[in-house]
Design a binder for this molecule. Structure first.
Ligand SMILES: *Cc1c(COP(=O)(O)O)cnc(C)c1O
Length: 381
């Protein structure tokens, strides 16, 4: 069976983890700070806060952005459910902005139109979460302009996109956003087992995120409401969570980050090779957006709607574990209960009827990729 994604753990990764296991710190010690600084430096951003997963990172980012009950968050329907659920955790409402059928990212035209209509109705979003689908950046410059014009916060869901670039800068630099979130789940570009990170250039957002990831507790006298009773003293000043990453995970993350360029190079090579090998088949290949360099988390092709399900089933039957990213969130039963339904976001729904994610990961050999391509040729013949 050829999986659609797979982590790559080498001996240096194992050594980094074992070293932490023999150290004084297992959770939130020096490895966390080292990993945070390494990611921040890599992305060219001022602050980074590691957390237990990207879902927690999205939740804390929304809280730091001030999202509250009665508030409103917009995201893409073509993403993992966590990009939308983070609003519901805050008691806020969710709405979606349909995708650009070429890049499968949130359409900035649709966003502009929806903002203009929302302004007329007097219900603008507080937060917009663009998702860099498959590792390719959204049109962040335009989204940043709209954020200033309409006054919403921007949280980039870059779970797919560490190592991606946009207009010469790294995804994660937060040049056009308030915060960026990464995921280190094993299917993503680098892994910590479970893990996530919040990046920002804004000190206040960073401090809030750090406070809330650990129960809302501070040990800094300058942040306290009262004079310390003694050296044991700490204060809970907000209602926070235990969203900490462990040092064990952070050591793995730092080691993986050291291999990121190799990972990216291989993914880009394999994506270009798929392009070459699949040209001429009755499939639509991924579109490269101008100004963006993808990290290639996913390689998604589109097939004719009437052959989609059969192609999917036959590929799996041949041992090629294709996948589908994503079922439009608004069609999930939970979101239908909130009032969404078929026809709400037609571009995302049409995409869903055609999309197939082919296997793509660092350890995919050229030979295994040939097996995938041959299977696809046989299935579509
Ligand atoms: C994986 C993923 C998440 C959630 O990441 P976790 O680290 O598993 O919580 C959120 N958004 C997108 C787009 C993802 O792909």
């Amino acid at each position: 069976m050829i999986p659609y994604a797979r982590q790559d753990i080498d001996e240096a990764d194992v050594r980094a983890v074992v070293e932490v296991l023999g150290s004084d710190w297992l959770t939130q010690g020096p490895a966390i700070e080292r990993f945070e600084k390494a990611v921040a430096d890599y992305c060219g951003v001022k602050h980074a806060a590691a957390v237990c997963n990207a879902t927690a990172a999205l939740h804390l980012s929304c809280l730091a952005a001030g999202l509250k009950p009665g508030g409103l968050l917009w995201t893409s329907p073509n993403t993992f459910v966590a990009s939308a659920n983070c609003a519901l955790y805050c008691g806020a409402d969710v709405d979606f902005v349909d995708i650009d059928p070429a890049t499968c990212n949130m359409s900035v035209i649709a966003l502009e139109e929806k903002l203009a209509a929302a302004k007329r109705r007097g219900k603008l979003p507080d937060v917009v979460v663009p998702v860099h689908f498959a590792g390719q950046s959204c049109e962040m410059a335009r989204i940043g302009e709209l954020a200033r014009e309409y006054g919403f916060a921007v949280i980039e869901d870059a779970s797919h996109a560490i190592g991606g670039e946009y207009r010469g800068g790294r995804v994660g630099s937060c040049t056009h956003s308030d915060m960026t979130v990464f995921s280190f789940h094993p299917v993503k570009i680098i892994t910590t087992g479970e893990g996530g990170m919040i990046l920002t250039n804004r000190e206040g957002l960073y401090r809030t995120a750090k406070l809330l990831r650990s129960h809302g507790i501070t040990r800094e006298p300058s942040a306290m409401r009262r004079q310390p009773d003694g050296p044991w003293y700490y204060e809970q000043i907000e209602l926070g969570y235990n969203y900490r990453m462990t040092d064990i995970q952070a050591a793995l993350g730092a080691s993986q980050l050291g291999r990121l360029e190799k990972f990216l190079e291989r993914r880009r090579y394999l994506a270009a090779r798929y392009d070459d090998l699949l040209r001429g088949l009755p499939v639509t290949l991924p579109v490269r957006a101008p100004g963006a360099l993808s990290s290639w988390h996913l390689y998604v092709i589109r097939v004719q709607e009437d052959r989609h399900r059969e192609a999917f089933e036959r590929l799996r039957a041949r041992g090629v574990s294709v996948n589908l990213h994503y079922i439009p969130i608004h069609l999930q039963p939970y979101y239908r209960k909130l009032g969404f339904g078929p026809g709400d976001f037609p571009a995302a729904e049409q995409y869903y009827r055609e999309a197939i994610s082919l296997p793509l990961y660092y350890g995919l050999t050229d030979e295994a990729q040939d097996v995938v391509v041959d299977a696809l040729k046989a299935v579509l013949a």
